[in-house]
Design a protein around this ligand. Structure first.
Ligand SMILES: NC(=O)c1ccc[n+]([C@@H]2O[C@H](COP(=O)([O-])OP(=O)(O)OC[C@H]3O[C@@H](n4cnc5c(N)ncnc54)[C@H](O)[C@@H]3O)[C@@H](O)[C@H]2O)c1
Ligand SMILES: [Zn+2]
Length: 360
């Protein structure tokens, strides 16, 4: 078991990573003094696969648990489900001191975190991420959100969890598609900061698909550490440092929404990274050789190569709703080599369109 400490001025927290660590959760929770009334927010499938075990462990340790489930898929990250959850929690929360456990992937994590942020102006929550994507990215850093029809994550709050428990054993039930989805974010970390990780992914991605837990744990630890370090120095994305985590996301979010969420987050980010790589080349920042290396890894992992049947104008329109568009100036994270990126503002629409066309 490894603990990475995300250090913040007021509300730092541990990210605990290991294989088969559910049994250690009660002991860690004791130290956080959150009380004994836990609300688990999850999906039906995850609840069945892993929630039952967590429920048993916590109940045995003296916790009183109430489980609320939302349907699978991005559509649950909505005002409708956030309010339904809040009303259910309020009905249950009489003479109690509750805390929330987000047991699931990024959808549950973002939604449960958002509910924790706004219910009673904030109640404590912990993250128990169950997808690779959630373990390496979404459960860490305190960005919580729901979507609007105008775009993803448009309503949200910064609200840090009290702890993150990333048990790589739960990843053994992920499908190949879900693994690919998480690996897209792992590639992102490689490009923005970590050539060693990038090389590891190039050489070992097959082991990850075989659920090799050493390879999986290596990737989770390496990525979680990068995320924690970036968030530590720029918690609220005010210093332009956290922005680098958005490599591939400016276009990725737009593609994800434009596809009607047919593309999952990581798949859309993979396409966004291809576009960002192309823009980096067009701006003279990245060599063709490095761009090919990025695209080859994306392809080998089985992530999408082409956008498919989506209008470029729709992608551009959705991109303009992105929070990263400040006063109509766009802002892109571009690569100068594998392991290093730069934040560049005001890329011309012509170049953006040309880059999207390269994967259309
Ligand atoms: N807050 C952040 O910083 C941040 C960062 C990155 C992504 N995100 C958000 O994360 C979301 C995507 O997260 P995701 O890719 O985890 O998708 P997801 O939460 O929808 O999970 C994908 C699917 O995997 C299933 N699943 C989860 N754990 C499983 C397990 N152990 N075994 C079998 N099936 C399992 C889920 O039921 C779901 O159907 C997006 O909404 C994205 O915006 C947020
Ligand atoms: Zn992402």
């Amino acid at each position: 078991m490894t603990t990475i400490r995300l250090k913040l001025k007021n509300n730092g927290y541990p990210i605990i990573i290991g294989h088969d660590i559910f049994k250690d959760i009660p002991r860690c929770l004791e130290r956080l003094s959150l009380g004994k009334d836990a609300i688990i927010i999850s999906h039906p499938i995850i609840e069945r696969l892993h929630g039952v075990k967590l429920f048993a462990i916590l109940t045995k340790a003296g916790y009183s648990i109430k489980v609320f489930k939302v349907p699978e898929g991005e559509q649950s990250k909505s005002a409708l489900y956030a309010l339904r959850l809040i009303e259910s929690i309020a009905a249950y929360d009489i003479n109690r001191r509750i805390f929330i456990i987000a047991l699931g992937g990024g959808v549950v994590g973002d939604l449960a975190g958002f509910v924790a942020a706004i219910y009673k102006r904030g109640v404590p929550y912990i993250q128990v991420p169950t997808t690779l994507l959630a373990q390496i990215d979404s459960s860490i850093g305190g960005k919580t959100a729901i979507d609007l029809k105008y775009g993803k994550n448009l309503v949200g709050a910064f609200c840090q969890p009290k702890a993150v428990f990333a048990d790589t054993k739960v990843l053994s039930t992920l499908s190949s598609r879900q693994i690919r989805n998480g690996l897209a974010e792992a590639i992102k970390y490689g490009v923005i900061k970590d050539l060693v990780l990038f090389r590891f992914l190039e050489n070992n991605y097959e082991y990850i698909f075989k659920h090799n837990h050493q390879a999986m744990t290596f990737v989770v630890k390496r990525c979680a550490k990068i995320k924690a370090d970036v968030v530590t120095v720029d918690e609220r994305e005010t210093k332009g440092i956290r922005t680098i985590l958005n490599f591939g996301h400016t276009l990725g979010h737009a593609i994800e929404a434009a596809s009607g969420f047919r593309y999952h987050h990581g798949e859309a980010v993979a396409l966004g990274m291809r576009v960002a790589g192309r823009i980096s080349v067009l701006k003279g920042l990245l060599s063709l050789k490095e761009e090919k290396r990025l695209n080859d890894l994306i392809t080998n992992i089985g992530l999408p190569q082409k956008i498919g049947n989506i209008k470029i104008s729709k992608i551009i329109e959705l991109m303009c709703h992105d929070k990263k568009f400040v006063a109509s100036r766009n802002r892109f994270v571009l690569a100068s080599r594998i392991g290093q990126v730069k934040v560049i503002e005001n890329i011309s629409i012509g170049i953006i369109v040309q880059a999207i066309e390269s994967i259309s």
